[in-house]
Design a protein around this ligand. Structure first.
Ligand SMILES: C[S@@+](CC[C@H](N)C(=O)[O-])C[C@H]1O[C@@H](n2cnc3c(N)ncnc32)[C@H](O)[C@@H]1O
Length: 238
């Protein structure tokens, strides 16, 4: 009824403002939480955190952290930890260190944002900013800088257009309208330059990239080095 009145009576500019107010009242601030909860409710828990083999992907993520010399005594935040494919691999490696898994989705874990300033050695976010608007990624860059110790790292993955697999992913998203794109967890493709610029704006120093299509990660028990599929960027708090 309200929608019909909005459509018929109000001029377009007022209609769009009114729609915004209604959307905010419905809890737009919890937008990502609702998108992920919807997806988690629809899928098996393993599948809801993304593609790839649960165990192998966790091992590749751990391998990337090892390439960055993550130590057993480190405090590591796994931002967007999902159902714990990295946790399963990383926790046994930490001796005297601490693993903190954070996730926004109620169907996965309760969010936990009250970390003290300069308290964390490594924050990793695998396949998290891949599904976020750039402005939200920037906000996480800012908040991560606050909790990272000086010299601490933020290690995240994303889908730059320089990867061949970004194009079909982009085209699939482009075949949908806006509402369909946000009906489930959506993918954003980006560029290395964009992510680096946002990171610098937030105060990070860019250290290096591991390309998602280059096999640079050693996984115990596998003869060949592995690639994550998404490119991984390493930032350091100056
Ligand atoms: C594609 S999954 C990746 C999970 C995990 N990092 C992995 O590699 O297995 C993305 C995860 O990020 C979480 N997430 C999305 N937005 C988030 C946010 N704003 N804060 C914390 N977690 C978030 C989702 O709930 C989901 O579990």
């Amino acid at each position: 009824m309200i929608r019909r009145v909005l459509r018929t009576v109000l001029p377009p500019a007022v209609r769009s403002r009114a729609k915004n107010v209604i959307a905010r009242a419905r809890g737009l601030t919890n937008f990502y939480e609702r998108v992920y909860d919807r997806q988690a409710a629809m899928m098996a828990s393993d599948a809801s955190v993304g593609g790839g083999d649960f165990e192998l992907m966790g091992k590749i993520e751990l391998g990337l952290l090892k390439l960055e010399n993550v130590k057993p005594t480190d405090t590591v935040v796994d931002l967007g930890c999902g159902t714990g494919r990295l946790a399963v691999q990383l926790i046994p490696e930490l001796k005297g260190g601490k693993y903190i898994g954070i996730d926004i989705s109620r169907n996965m874990l309760r969010p936990h944002y009250d970390l003290p300033d300069a308290s964390v050695d490594v924050i990793c976010a695998f396949s998290v900013f891949t599904h976020m608007e750039a402005e939200d990624t920037y906000r996480y860059f800012v908040d991560s800088l606050r909790v990272a110790r000086h010299g601490g790292k933020l290690i995240f993955s994303c889908l730059p257009v320089s990867l061949a697999n970004s194009r079909p992913i982009f085209m699939q998203q482009a075949s949908l309208d806006l509402e369909q794109r946000w009906a489930a967890v959506r993918n954003f493709v980006t560029t290395e330059e964009t992510m680096e610029t946002l990171a610098r704006w937030a105060g990070w120093r860019v250290v290096r990239w591991y390309r998602g299509d280059e096999s640079s990660v050693t996984v115990p028990g596998l003869a060949e080095k592995q690639a994550l599929g998404q490119s991984t960027c390493v930032l350091q708090r100056p």
